[in-house]
Design a protein around this ligand. Structure first.
Ligand SMILES: *Cc1c(COP(=O)(O)O)cnc(C)c1O
Length: 435
């Protein structure tokens, strides 16, 4: 095969000095086209890591926008409420000479400030029980890394926040789902369901209240029941409380408001939703269990420190009057009321009234929510407008569940919600897979 790279490589080296020139084998290897190179592999864990189910529709939304169609984004929990200017000003006016690493647990001044915040919401902790993290996301990861071995199991009522799958995968942990049902508004599944799936490998139960994606707000009885079963079975109780400020019906009950031993409880917190500050990347890992805290601290030390500018911002946020939350909360509640009313007025649609957060799950008269959400973007428009929703399948881990459900995030103003609901109403009439 004269002229092909494969025949040239060995013949060239024949004329060279054996000491100086690279061996024919190496030359040969260099001439193998990179796409045939099989030496670099991706880790098993990397291959198993689930992509975000919410983002997979993004290319279809972009294509719709290129066609000039307006897309109402009810698909993602990015709040549109303004970040309080006072907390951004705190960063602007900070006297910074060197933007240093902070303490690995976060600035002590901020942690002491947070003690006041937690006191206001009825949680009694000290600054050395709070570890500041890079978003609630890192707090959840620290929880998995600290409390579970690879192969261990965490029980989570489904549908649940889809990124838990990613964190579990990163930690080699298995998520064991137990279904909550739309008929009950996604209330806590009966405790017997938990008992059925507890094995020798179960280490934790994870809950989120008010819930993303269902908006369900757990009652005190439900929270007590989860805590009891954790204490009885020596399990950790992971409590994701990202939405505590947004409870519309009923009181917020924290995992740290309950009776019984505190050692089981790990609270995962974030300022992202509280102050509409998702880009600050600041959260907290809170526990009274010293061994858990000290171990999480080692993970915190390895990543050196949480974001410095965000801590200045968040420290100022604790000084906002409690009344700061009145306006955002009232706004979300108006949106919820409108959204739920509009949904339930559509033939064949059922949407339970969510007690908190800014999400709702609705059951639609459709064959397949993944297909429907794609169809909304690819094939449908009403007066050149359409709506982007999240198929609920991405929030269930049991295959087949959520096929006729979608999640809606009410992070748009009332006019936009009305326009989006007009689109959805027309779309359900036109959709070929209507059931
Ligand atoms: C947004 C969110 C988080 C994580 O938020 P961060 O931006 O990483 O602080 C965690 N849990 C739930 C349920 C969320 O909705």
């Amino acid at each position: 095969m004269p002229g092909t790279p494969h025949s040239r490589a060995p013949s060239k080296s024949k004329h060279g000095n054996r000491e100086d020139s690279p061996s024919p084998v190496i030359l040969f290897a260099l001439l193998i086209p990179p796409y045939l190179c099989r030496m670099l592999t991706i880790s098993q864990r990397g291959n198993q890591m689930p992509p975000s189910p919410i983002r997979k529709l993004v290319p279809y939304a972009e294509a719709a926008k290129k066609k000039g169609i307006k897309v109402y984004h009810l698909n993602i929990g990015q709040p549109d409420i303004e970040t309080p200017p006072a907390i951004i000003d705190a960063v602007r006016h900070a006297d910074i000479k060197v933007l240093e690493y902070s303490h690995s647990a976060g600035n002590e001044s901020y942690r002491r400030k947070l003690v006041q915040y937690y006191k206001r919401v009825g949680i009694d902790v000290s600054h050395d029980q709070i570890l500041i993290t890079t978003g609630g996301s890192e707090a959840i990861m620290f929880g998995f890394f600290t409390c579970l071995n690879p192969g261990d199991e965490v029980i989570i009522p489904e549908p649940f926040y889809a990124n838990y799958n990613g964190f579990a995968c990163a930690a080699g942990v298995k998520v064991v789902p137990i279904p909550s049902r739309i008929e009950t508004g996604f209330a806590l599944p009966p405790i017997a369901e938990f008992e059925k799936v507890i094995t020798g490998k179960t280490r934790a139960i994870m809950i989120c209240s008010p819930n993303n994606p269902t908006g369900y707000l757990y009652s005190r009885e439900e929270m007590e029941a989860v805590k009891d079963i954790c204490v009885k079975n020596d399990l950790y109780l992971f409590s994701d409380e990202a939405y505590r400020e947004f409870c519309y019906d009923g009181d917020y009950v924290s995992a740290m408001h309950l009776g019984g031993p505190d050692s089981h409880v790990v609270l995962m917190d974030t300022i992202s939703k509280r102050y509409s500050a998702c880009g600050a990347r600041l959260g907290a890992f809170v526990t009274k269990n010293k061994a858990v805290y000290d171990t999480a601290m080692k993970f915190a030390q390895a990543r050196l420190s949480p974001p410095g500018l965000a801590q200045i911002m968040a420290e100022a946020a604790v000084d906002l009057p409690q009344s700061y939350f009145d306006a955002p909360k009232a706004e979300y509640q108006r949106r919820r009321d409108l959204l739920v009313k509009r949904l339930n007025a559509m033939p064949g649609v059922f949407c339970p009234n969510p007690g908190g957060a800014f999400y709702a799950i609705a059951r639609l008269p459709i064959d397949d929510s993944d297909k429907f959400c794609q169809w909304l973007l690819e094939e449908f428009n009403y007066n050149n407008q359409t709506v982007m929703l999240a198929p609920a399948t991405g929030f269930y881990s049991t295959a087949g569940l959520g096929k006729n459900e979608v999640r809606l995030a009410y992070v748009l103003n009332l006019d936009a919600i009305n326009a989006a609901m007009d689109c959805l109403e027309k779309a359900l009439e036109a959709y070929p897979g209507r059931m």
